[in-house]
Design a binder for this molecule. Structure first.
Ligand SMILES: *Cc1c(COP(=O)(O)O)cnc(C)c1O
Length: 364
């Protein structure tokens, strides 16, 4: 079997593989109604929230789009805090739907500086909402969301969070941190295939929704909420992914969220220690903000990361990720989220030790 070490989709446990191969059922029948209620309730435990939680059939980006179009109107000012490719995507969605985006970008590898967020909010009093990526998958950096949230809430703004590569892996207590809209996707921390996005919505966000005028149809969350109240989704959901999620959520709750978070802390540390022991360095400028779900490694000392990733994949069946956009060819990334054990990362590091010199490492 391949050691799929990209930051989602992740490998699937046998129990989930079995569950997703089940025969179809009526998605408007009593059995699915029960599954939908059950997974919604269990997801709320992992989001650590009492807010409404809705399932959408789409990838994580669909959840991000839902997070924008349901709470804003064209012309609304939003502060976009971006530390990488996914932060920029969040801003682009808002822009596409007519928001006036105030960009606050930090260099790739840096975490967002909370004090700069405060200054931007002081300088832009008309801002309605703040967009933040909790864990930036393109750079392997986790923002200090607890501190950023306190600042955003001291200005009484809506806080919309992309938690796609953190929820269910890195602690993200939605209610304790006053996250108005938290978004994630099934293929990252939840050990199921791509196909579902999960979005939590606070009472303040629903108030904004009542006045929000951006156009929406498939991702209309008010419609999704009224369907859920009847035990359904407005459109045909990804039934098989829901089967898988029902099983994976039981596995996650059995392990326990604090244990899951601790496992990701341990594995993140092991990945970083391993990378450094090879003589490579992290893209995360300050290791205190290095991500526990994905490690981004700078290709230094002559290393061609595309070549090393190719050898890893073809000869050792270990699949790593490359860099995105301006980081292409400059970094490689090791995914360690969801269904992952320390042993998986040890294998990656041991194999890199053999492969890196064959891909130029040490030649410059
Ligand atoms: C994966 C990811 C996305 C995009 O999700 P898709 O499921 O590919 O649409 C967005 N944000 C972050 C932080 C991610 O890790």
């Amino acid at each position: 079997m391949e050691n799929l070490r990209i930051p989602g989709p992740t490998p699937l446990p046998k129990e989930v593989l079995d569950a997703i191969s089940r025969q179809m059922i009526n998605h408007r029948g009593p059995e699915f109604r029960q599954i939908l209620a059950d997974i919604t309730q269990k997801l709320k435990l992992l989001f650590q929230t009492r807010n409404d939680l809705l399932l959408l059939t789409c990838s994580g980006t669909g959840g991000m789009e839902a997070g924008i179009v349901n709470f804003l109107s064209p012309g609304d000012k939003v502060l976009s805090v971006s530390i990488g490719v996914f932060g920029d995507r969040f801003a682009n969605i808002a822009k596409q739907y007519g928001a006036e985006v105030v960009p606050l970008r930090f260099e790739f590898g840096q975490a967002a500086d909370p004090d700069t967020v405060r200054k931007s909010l002081e300088a832009n009093p008309q801002v309605k909402a703040v967009l933040v990526t909790h864990n930036e998958t393109s750079t392997g950096v986790t923002n200090d969301l607890a501190t950023i949230s306190k600042i955003v809430k001291s200005f009484d703004k809506l806080l919309l969070v992309d938690g796609i590569s953190s929820l269910g892996c890195i602690d993200l207590p939605v209610d304790a941190w006053n996250i108005d809209v938290a978004i994630t996707g099934s293929q990252k921390g939840f050990m199921v295939p791509p196909g579902l996005a999960m979005v939590s919505i606070s009472p303040a966000a629903w108030q904004a929704n009542a006045k929000a005028k951006m156009s929406r149809f498939y991702f209309d969350l008010a419609k999704a909420k009224s369907s859920l109240d009847k035990g359904e989704t407005p459109f045909t959901p990804a039934v098989s992914i829901a089967f898988g999620l029902s099983v994976s959520l039981d596995m996650m709750l059995k392990e326990g969220l604090p244990n899951i978070v601790a496992r990701h802390v341990r594995i993140g540390k092991a990945a970083r220690a391993g990378v450094k022991s090879l003589g490579l360095s992290l893209l995360a400028a300050d290791e205190r903000y290095a991500s526990n779900t994905v490690t981004a490694v700078v290709a230094s000392k002559g290393l061609d990361p595309k070549k090393s990733n190719k050898i890893m994949r073809e000869e050792f069946k270990i699949v790593l990720a490359g860099g995105q956009q301006t980081l292409e060819g400059k970094i490689f990334r090791i995914g360690h989220l969801g269904w992952v054990a320390e042993e998986d990362i040890k294998k990656v590091i041991d194999t890199l030790k053999v492969v890196l010199p064959r891909a130029g490492f040490g030649s410059a």
